[in-house]
Design a protein around this ligand. Structure first.
Ligand SMILES: *Cc1c(COP(=O)(O)O)cnc(C)c1O
Length: 456
């Protein structure tokens, strides 16, 4: 079942036709019908960016139940980096599902779990001895990284940053910066979480270097927490939900050096940035930063729920036997999917493909910024790119225009997302197997949508 064809240039053997095509209004009648059913069955607190109900997805396309095909610039939030139903993922999952679906690794173990841990130890930054533990979601991985860090250091405090996003469980809500929609009404939150200022070059009052931004964060930590109380500093090498914020060069290395000097563990939350998304296996590699622990999820398993904490063997081993685990963590079918996804990333050269997507998109986004004046900053790495929408000539966020642009993209057949503390970041997360012709078409449509929206 494994195909050797390059899905970036050819029609995949399986999956929807690689075209953008709207055949009804958006959402169409069948989606509206399903949406009405949903209203009585699904809790209102669960939202959907674009309520078209999906029938099939693959390559660079999501097709809905009305037959509309959207160009996928979301990848299910940076998850389907290898594309939906990637043949290497599907064939391994099918074989595993037929053999057995669950024993619980804590009850009776299996090879797939071990192989995923070996693979992630190999792929994460640094050539020291590493070990890993597997979980179901990103938030669960972050929680477990904190558990490991607290046991290893014998300290309580966890340092996070402005604009950070780490999940929706109680501890990770506390670690997440933004109130609405993630935290409102859900307290009280976990204690011993402290927030330091981030390096956010576009929003600095005056330009400062990465080293200066790190010194500012460190001063906050030392004065408000005390280095000797800090178990770990948890940082996204490029912030995700917070606005695709790329810290100034030098910020992460300076932070890493301070952590090393004070026996504080550096935890890189690479849940969104990892697994080829930014043009490297992990985003820390762009600045030669070697974290003590790395959290991995989203893109790791081709759409299946799998997450990991990977780190220094002696740190991971600090926890007593039985202290880490969970009923489903490292489920065998999810592990098979992860091994298939890694095979696809290697065989299709998807880190390189992410860099090619950056090379194609960045100049177009910059030209759009120059031409329209409503994009204050274009940033990101690889296939994790964003445009920050502002009132022309200022840094004042324009969340209303961002929402209008996003809705107009949906109406034009692009599946796009927004993010950011101020709701004004238009973000692009195409599958790394996005065919060239669809990426080019998406950029043309984006130009037209922005022009038409600004004229309206
Ligand atoms: C998505 C995300 C999480 C949470 O992952 P879930 O699987 O949704 O729990 C944590 N950290 C970062 C950086 C993320 O992007």
């Amino acid at each position: 079942m494994t195909t050797t064809a390059d899905p970036t240039t050819t029609q995949p053997a399986t999956g929807p036709e690689q075209v953008r095509r709207l055949v009804t209004e958006v959402p169409g009648p069948r989606s509206r019908e399903l949406h009405a059913r949903r209203q009585t069955a699904v809790a209102g607190g669960v939202g959907s960016v674009l309520p078209v109900y999906v029938e099939r997805a693959g390559g660079g396309v999501v097709r809905d139940v009305d037959g509309n095909s959207f160009i996928d610039l979301a990848s299910g939030i940076a998850v389907t980096s290898v594309g939906n139903s990637e043949p290497r993922v599907v064939s391994r999952m099918a074989a595993q599902a037929e053999a057995f679906t669950h024993t619980c690794f804590m009850v009776a173990p299996y090879e797939g779990y071990v192989e995923v841990c070996e693979t992630l130890a190999d792929l994460t930054p640094g050539d020291h001895a590493k070990k890993a533990a597997l979980f179901n979601s990103g938030a669960e991985a972050v929680e477990n990284a904190v558990k490991v860090a607290r046991v290893h250091t014998g300290r309580d405090a966890v340092v996070v940053f402005d604009h950070a996003y780490h999940g929706r469980t109680n501890l990770t809500m506390a670690m997440t910066a933004k109130n609405l929609p993630y935290k409102q009404g859900f307290g009280p939150f976990a204690g011993e979480v402290y927030r330091a200022p981030m390096s956010y070059p576009f929003r600095e009052a005056a330009p400062i270097t990465g080293e200066q931004a790190a010194a500012r964060a460190i001063a906050t930590i030392e004065s408000q927490v005390g280095a000797g109380n800090v178990a770990c500093v948890v940082v996204e090498p490029i912030q995700g939900e917070g606005g695709f914020v790329v810290p100034a060069p030098g910020f992460l290395p300076a932070l890493a050096a301070w952590c090393r000097a004070h026996d504080v563990l550096l935890v890189a939350d690479e849940i969104q940035t990892g697994m080829c998304r930014t043009g490297a296996w992990f985003a820390c590699e762009h600045e030669d930063v070697v974290p003590d622990l790395v959290t991995v999820a989203k893109g790791v398993a081709g759409g299946m729920p799998l997450a990991a904490v990977v780190g220094r063997a002696e740190v991971m081993d600090a926890v007593h036997a039985g202290g880490l685990g969970g009923t489903y963590g490292g489920n065998p079918v999810a592990c098979a999917a992860a091994l298939g996804a890694v095979a696809a990333m290697r065989e299709l050269g998807l880190a390189e493909r992410a860099r090619a997507i950056e090379a194609a998109m960045l100049p177009r986004l910059r030209a759009l910024a120059d031409r329209t004046g409503v994009i204050g900053d274009v940033r990101g790495r690889g296939a994790m790119l964003a445009a920050e929408i502002v009132r022309p000539g200022t840094t004042e966020p324009d969340a209303a225009l961002t929402a209008r642009l996003n809705a107009a993209c949906h109406q034009a057949g692009l599946l796009t997302l927004t993010c950011g503390t101020f709701g004004n970041v238009f973000r692009f997360l195409p599958p790394l197997v996005m065919p060239d012709h669809l990426l080019a078409e998406a950029l043309d449509v984006l130009d037209e949508v922005v022009d038409a929206t600004l004229r309206a």
